[in-house]
Ligand binder design. Structure first.
Ligand SMILES: CC(C)(COP(=O)(O)OP(=O)(O)OC[C@H]1O[C@@H](n2cnc3c(N)ncnc32)[C@H](O)[C@@H]1OP(=O)(O)O)[C@@H](O)C(=O)NCCC(=O)NCCS
Length: 109
């Protein structure tokens, strides 16, 4: 499978967002989380993108470390997804109300 999608729901993340952030975010992402005006929104988007990445790779939750996956925004705001530093997939993210959604697609080989 070369495509993956995931949706996250705010309620599942409330009250343990800090713990989860330390578990799934890279140091760079963690710095962005900490200075974000809406850290929970940021975390939900990253979590959705990382789950979508697993699906695009046909991998299970424990086969890939979330901290090997990094999503960073460029100067236009567009997100880029890196796995162990390599950018081989495209990602798109959206947020609305209590939900965030992400889709990840492998680039042409
Ligand atoms: C893309 C855009 C329309 C989305 O706005 P929205 O519908 O209100 O919000 P959504 O929740 O659906 O989308 C937000 C996500 O879109 C993505 N996004 C932002 N800018 C993007 C862009 N230029 N291209 C692709 N994706 C973009 C981000 O992943 C963002 O989520 P994140 O900040 O958590 O990573 C809006 O952010 C926008 O117009 N950005 C363009 C800004 C731009 O062109 N700036 C140029 C200055 S150099």
């Amino acid at each position: 499978m070369d495509v993956g999608i995931d949706i996250t729901y705010k309620e599942h993340y409330l009250n343990h967002e800090l713990q989860l952030a330390h578990k799934i975010l890279t140091p760079h992402e963690l710095a962005l989380f900490e200075k974000s005006p809406d850290p929970l929104r940021f975390l939900m988007g990253r979590y959705a993108a990382k789950e979508a990445f697993l699906k695009a790779n046909s991998k299970g939750l424990f086969e890939i470390s979330f901290t090997d996956i990094e999503i960073l925004n460029d100067e236009s705001g567009a997100p880029h997804i890196y796995y162990q530093g390599k950018e081989e997939f495209d990602v798109s993210l959206s947020h609305d109300g209590d939900y965030a959604i992400a889709i990840v697609i492998r680039r042409n080989r």
